[in-house]
Design a protein around this ligand. Structure first.
Ligand code: HEC
Length: 145
């Protein structure tokens, strides 16, 4: 995607028109082409279901609670869920889980809803018995994704 296609590269090598007005039209045309390419790329990404997501908080900036939650996640959730993508493993990838209006089920990603899903499970997902402090740590971690 990043390297120019052979046709656009050779187009750029064509000699410039010396006529000033033609030159400006060429610049405008170039800008329009870039804009429509960006729109096309965004439309393709949307069609593919991979909208650009807000970035996760880097692990170097985690609070102590978020770091403890990451350990709870590794021990109880990571075998079925990716944390850094939305691609599925056994369950849906959880990147940007709490930054979206809804979870894959269509329910809002509130702490209450998440706690119920985590403790009691949902369809194919088994419930995970956690202490209250483990649950709070895990929720804090899920908010960093
Ligand atoms: C044995 C595999 C497995 C484990 C372990 C597991 N999950 Fe899941 N999870 C799933 C599956 C499968 C689904 C999809 C369920 C469905 O049909 O909606 C799911 C769904 C979810 C959802 C989306 C719920 C919704 O409403 O769309 C969240 C959030 C979630 N899991 C979080 C977790 C967390 C956090 C843990 C760790 C405490 C965990 N899961 C452990 C398999 C698992």
């Amino acid at each position: 995607m990043r390297s120019p296609t052979p046709s656009s590269a050779s187009a750029r090598r064509l000699p410039r028109q010396s006529d000033g007005s033609r030159g400006r039209a060429g610049i405008i045309e170039g800008v329009m082409r870039t804009l429509s390419f960006a729109a096309l790329a965004a439309a393709l990404l949307a069609l593919a279901g991979c909208r650009p997501l807000p970035p996760s908080k880097p692990s170097s900036q985690w609070t102590a609670q978020e770091a403890r939650g990451a350990v709870v996640f590794q021990q109880n959730c990571a075998r079925c869920h990716y944390a850094t993508t939305t691609g599925s493993l056994h369950g849906p990838g959880l990147q940007a889980l709490t930054k979206q209006p809804t979870m894959p089920s269509g329910m809002p990603p509130t702490d209450e809803r998440l706690s119920v899903v985590i403790l009691h499970g949902r369809t194919m997902m088994p419930g995970t018995p956690l202490t209250d402090s483990q649950l709070q740590d895990l929720l804090a971690y899920l908010h960093t994704l």
